[in-house]
Structure formats: structure tokens, C-alpha cells
Design a protein around this ligand. Structure first.
Ligand code: SF4
Length: 86
């Protein structure tokens, strides 16, 4: 499954209305699913200006999203946040 397909599936507005306000709408999905965990600078820059960053991060943490950039965090950062809250 390509990053475009994953992105389309995850960003379903009917299931997650906040997605309609995401600063990443229309952005290249590959930015948010980088092959290398260190290659996420542009996605994080977009997230920093996003009005629904908090909702996005809440979603990613509750869904245990293992891949990609969500709510201004990398997968590694989310694992760390989840460990701290356990
Ligand atoms: S926080 Fe980032 S990934 Fe989440 S909706 Fe906003 S721009 Fe997209």
C-alpha cells in the first residue's frame, strides 16, 4: 500500500472531522511517511502551523499510530510519550 493510499484512508473527514482543517491537506503524503525516520523536517514544519495539531496528536496516541508524522511528532516521539503516560 502506497503512502498516498494510507494517507487517504487515515484522513477520512467523515470519521475525523478535524482533518478538514489540517495544514497537511493537499501536501505530498510522502512527506508524512518518510522512509527514513530522520527525514521529517518539512512535515514537522507544516504541523507547527496546523490549527488542529492537538486533535491530531490525541488521535495518533489513542490509535497507537506506529508510522508517519502526526500532530507534530515522529513515531519515535509518540512511543516515548506513550511510555511516559503508561
Ligand atoms: S498536525 Fe500535522 S499531520 Fe496532523 S493534521 Fe495537522 S499538519 Fe496534518
Amino acid at each position: 500500500m502506497s503512502s498516498q493510499q494510507i494517507w487517504s484512508m487515515l484522513l477520512r473527514v467523515d470519521e475525523r472531522p478535524w482533518v478538514a482543517y489540517g495544514a497537511c491537506r493537499g501536501a505530498d503524503p510522502d512527506l508524512f511517511f518518510p522512509g527514513n525516520d530522520d527525514d521529517h523536517g518539512e512535515a514537522l514544519r507544516i504541523c507547527r502551523g496546523c490549527p488542529v495539531q492537538e486533535e491530531c496528536l490525541d488521535y495518533a496516541l489513542s490509535a497507537r499510530e506506529r508510522y508517519g508524522i502526526w500532530g507534530g511528532t515522529t513515531a519515535r516521539e509518540r512511543r516515548r510519550l506513550l511510555r511516559r503516560s503508561a
